[in-house]
Ligand binder design. Sequence first.
Ligand code: ZN
Length: 144
Amino acid sequence: MTVVPRPDGTRERVSPPISTEAEPFWDATRERTLLVQWCPACDRGIHFPRAACPTCLGDVLEHRPSTGEGVVYACSTMASPGNPTMSGREPYVVALVDLDEGIRMLTNIVGEDAAAVAPGDPVRVAWEPLEDARHLPVFVRIKA
Ligand SMILES: [Zn+2]
């Protein structure tokens, strides 16, 4: 993997591969829309997108729009990059966010006050552009 630095010293994010099950999720990110895969039989969200519901094994699944809001479950500030694509961004925050739809997403908290984030903080989705016109969902703190 060749990682080319941007003029500001940061690196391009690697565009995540797209599985068949995740195509609707990634297509929606082109319009900065966050979708959650949903099992109608269980009436619950699924993340990451997959071929069958992990609870009932049902394979009739759909995608529903997310509110784009949630709460930080856990977070950690990375003082050094965990992989080369994050070089130049440190310190940056890696977090698990519990979305309103009941799924937990591994993501980043961004924004000038990101390092002050703590578990329990409310957050809202933001979007980081990828080189192929998709966007990566990241989150910002919601000010009280
Ligand atoms: Zn199910």
